[in-house]
Design a binder for this molecule. Structure first.
Ligand code: ADP
Ligand code: MG
Length: 359
């Protein structure tokens, strides 16, 4: 038991070390990493170091900036969808608060660490009891990333710990769903909510990365990356990097190849055919997508995303979305045949053939 925990400690230290070093050297010599043939993932390379570099969620982040300035941090929970900067914000906050003591005064535990009840009892307590000299009014910080994957038992063990060491230690939790955090912990924390980033925010950031990395891109390529990212910056930057490194040029064709998603342009054409009541042509596209090996789940997701922004009469769009929803439900229940997908097309075609039926 004790041995295992020691191992973990070393591991955590190591990753911190390499993280710091590499980001330092990359900053100094951006071109070297390329010539050596080894690339740091861009998500890490461009992880913001200061709170004000974080894109989006401005109101919540300005609250964090106030905490950082005044040094008076409550325990916090940051909840929100993936890739919106939750972990980054907590790290930035800790860095802003603790400066050079960051290394000694921060303990980070994420879902890949063991976080059972014993860890809460021993490891977290031990860290909370350790003496670290910090500037006046500053606290040690325990980061519990992906806290929604902690068991209820471990969370229960945490509630008292949080109070006992409140003089010296603050907790920062990040999670996707705040309802997975037990009520008693929520009531001890300030809960901050992040929402998905807008397409523009993702696009702006991608443009910055493209410029720094000399990425050759076309506008429709970046548009495609934004489309696949769906407000998730991590996904966006990763897709940009995979496309660029795989193909050398970012255009929409390459992006959808890398991301393995049906091309929205095909789906768009398919919907157009449905709107015109042309089932044969619509079916041809569906069949070709099917032949390419996309799963019904993949296809229906894109059909929905495209339909949402498709240029068509409002009442028809509502009907379409309803039908797409039903088909998605059937797929989720396990009926994953091409026949189902064709059935959807048939229904969509019928809707536009007789717009007023059923009203
Ligand atoms: N709001 C943001 N502004 C700038 N970069 C971001 C933002 N959100 C995510 N990223 C990028 O995505 C990566 C992962 O972000 P992270 O904070 O770990 O997301 P999560 O919300 O899932 O914890 C970061 O390294 C950064 O490159
Ligand atoms: Mg995270």
């Amino acid at each position: 038991m004790a041995g295992g925990e020691e191992d973990m400690e070393i591991e955590v230290e190591k990753t911190k070390d390499t993280g710091d070093d590499s980001s330092g050297s990359i900053k100094g010599k951006p071109s070297e990493s390329k010539t050596s043939g080894y690339e740091l993932p861009w998500v890490e390379k461009y992880r913001p170091l200061k709170l004000h570099d974080i894109v989006g969620n401005t109101e919540t982040i300005s609250r964090l900036e106030v905490f950082a300035k005044e040094g008076n941090v409550p325990n916090v929970i940051i909840a929100g969808p993936p890739g919106t900067g939750k972990t980054t914000s907590i790290l930035c906050l800790a860095r802003a608060l603790l400066g050079p003591s960051f290394r000694d005064a921060v303990m980070e535990l994420n879902a890949s660490n063991d976080r059972g009840i014993d860890v809460v009892r021993n490891k977290i307590k031990m860290f909370a009891q350790q003496k670290v000299t910090l500037p006046k009014g500053r606290h040690k910080i325990i980061i519990l990333d992906e806290a929604d994957s902690m068991t209820d038992g471990a969370q229960q063990a945490l509630r008292r710990t949080m109070e006992i060491y409140s003089k010296t230690t603050r907790f920062a939790l990040a999670c996707n769903a705040s309802d997975k955090i037990i009520e008693p912990i929520q009531s001890r924390c300030a809960v901050l909510r992040y929402s998905k980033l807008s397409d523009k925010q993702v696009l702006d950031r991608l443009l910055t990365v493209c410029e720094k990395e000399n990425v050759s891109y076309s506008d429709d390529g970046l548009e495609a990356v934004v489309f696949t990212a769906q407000g998730d910056m991590r996904q966006g930057i990763n897709n940009l990097q995979s496309t660029f490194q795989g193909f050398g040029h970012v255009n929409s064709e390459n992006v959808f190849k890398v991301c393995d998603e049906p091309h929205p342009l095909h789906v768009k054409n398919m919907l157009d055919h449905c709107v015109n009541g042309n089932i044969d042509e619509a079916y041809k596209i569906m069949h070709s997508l099917w032949k390419l090996g996309y799963s019904p789940e993949d296809i229906i997701t894109i059909v929905f995303r495209v339909c949402k922004t498709h240029n068509m009469p409002e009442y028809l769009k509502l009907e379409y979305i309803k039908e797409i929803g039903y088909t998605h439900m059937r797929i989720a229940e396990g009926v994953e045949s091409l026949l189902q997908m064709s059935g959807l097309l048939a229904k969509l075609c019928k809707k536009s053939a007789v717009p007023a039926t059923g009203q």
